[in-house]
Design a protein around this ligand. Structure first.
Ligand SMILES: [Mg+2]
Length: 460
């Protein structure tokens, strides 16, 4: 790698004073030319370049591309190089944060994404966590401080974010989980018109939960109301329950009710409102040495207990979050908007590197979505969270690395190798068993894992 210090923004200055520095500078320039789409022996600014990894907006006469190709040398101060053919999506708990504290490598990973890499490029990224319990803006504010970089709600999805698309479908809903009144406020901010909490039900009838007494603050915030004329049309578990027994009782009461009316019982137990969980993670990575129980465990208990108390009836509940395909589709729409608004990129990325710590949600979801997505969703498993090194993951990632910083570097290096493999002057003779090695219709070929392995064997 380059002996030069990582730049904080793209620079092309020739400050090298030693032979070693000159060599390092030449190697960096060669790498940049490949990333920029200019082949080593095809550096004329007038020649037709290979498809660029850069923002189309940077392709002007004063762009870094033309400066690299033609040199010299110094780009305008406001020049920004953005990789347009790939992006990253990150899980948070066990990848960037653990037990409320930042994982040290995460801070450097953000810097690398924001240009402190040997190519001086910025790489678009979003966050996709199953966690929740507070507004996207509040969580992004916390995350910005922890990761030492500004993070926008426009690049962030938490477990309950997709529930916002259901706000117009229901009038009165029960919202479960989280601290205090936070999830009620989040639901109201999504547009839910009439939000009931378990606290409202307990305050109205304290016999609902024999062992759960509201704290003075909960009592003050909760609302008594006449539920005899209220039909709760849906139950949304926004965040992890702080009182599993009480919340379980209330969710089951509604599941067994006539049309969501509190205090009623359906004879057939098939008239209850739909029940949605913001994700289905049975465990998650917190401060403890061993994983802790998550919302998926509560979901399992709800379904199991319903069967027990109804003597065999089945309750079907629904889960958002990873690994649900709908959540990845939501992420695709968010990434599209973010790339367009923040980076002026209009075409979708060819590859999205998804970095997660939980095989059952992160890797499973990414791999499943990759089978139907138009672009390549490439799963990377890290060892800083749920997954334990040395064990066999239930769902196989395309790559396994130690930390999120290693994951970011892996993605960048993989893109670099692909450029080397697909640039015309560097192109080796076609092999009959590897299809479509050349550039096709101006697009860089995305290799399947089998093709990558074959190519690596052939190149070695
Ligand atoms: Mg995680």
């Amino acid at each position: 790698m380059s002996a030069l210090a990582p730049p904080t923004r793209p620079t092309f200055h020739r400050a090298a004073s030693t032979f070693v520095d000159e060599i390092a500078t030449a190697r960096t320039d060669l790498s940049r030319k490949l990333l920029l789409g200019d082949s080593p022996s095809n550096a004329s600014p007038d020649s037709e370049s290979t498809p660029s990894l850069l923002s189309p907006g940077s392709d002007s006469s004063s762009s870094p591309k033309s400066l690299v190709a033609g040199s010299p040398i110094t780009p305008p101060e406001d020049a920004e190089i953005v990789a347009n053919s790939f992006a990253f999506a990150f899980d948070i708990d066990g990848v960037l944060i653990r037990g409320g504290r930042v994982i040290p490598e995460a801070i450097q990973a953000m810097k690398v994404l924001n240009g402190e890499n040997e190519y001086g490029i910025r790489i678009p990224y979003i966050f996709l966590t199953n966690g929740g319990g507070k507004s996207e803006a509040e969580r992004c504010n916390d995350l910005s401080k922890q990761l030492e970089v500004e993070i926008s709600p426009a690049q962030f999805i938490c477990g309950h974010t997709p529930m916002s698309e259901m706000a117009s479908k229901h009038n009165t809903v029960l919202v479960v989980g989280g601290e205090g009144e936070k999830c009620r406020h989040v639901a109201q901010s999504y547009g839910f018109k009439d939000v009931v909490t378990p606290g409202d039900i307990i305050k109205t009838d304290s016999a609902t939960t024999p062992f759960r007494k509201l704290t003075p603050e909960e009592h003050k915030n909760s609302k008594t109301r006449d539920f005899s004329n209220v039909a709760i049309e849906a139950v949304f578990v926004f965040a992890d329950s702080r009182d599993w027994a009480g919340d379980l009782q209330i969710i089951l009461d509604l599941a067994m009710s006539k049309g969501g009316r509190i205090g009623t019982r359906s004879e057939a137990f098939d008239e209850g409102p739909p029940i949605y969980f913001s994700h289905n993670d049975v465990v998650w990575s917190a401060a403890h040495d061993h994983v802790r129980l998550g919302m998926g465990a509560l979901r399992g208990i709800v379904e199991y207990t319903f069967k027990e108390v109804t003597k065999g009836k089945t309750l079907e509940t629904f889960a958002f979050g990873k690994p649900q395909i709908g959540t990845f589709e939501f992420a695709t729409r968010l990434l599209k908007r973010w790339r367009k608004n923040a980076h002026k990129l209009n075409a979708p990325p060819e590859t999205v590197y998804f970095v997660g710590d939980t095989p059952e949600s992160d890797i499973r979801g990414t791999n499943n979505y990759n089978e139907r997505a138009e672009n390549d969703w490439y799963s990377i498993l890290v060892k800083t969270g749920v997954y334990q090194d040395g064990t066999e993951p239930a769902y196989k990632p395309r790559a396994t690395v130690h930390s999120v910083l290693d994951a970011v570097n892996h993605g960048i290096e993989r893109e670099m190798k692909r450029r080397l493999q697909t640039s015309p002057p560097m192109q080796k003779p076609k092999m009959p068993e590897i299809s479509k090695l050349s550039l096709e219709d101006g697009e860089v070929r995305v290799f399947s894992p089998i093709e990558e392995r074959t190519l690596a064997m052939w190149a070695s």
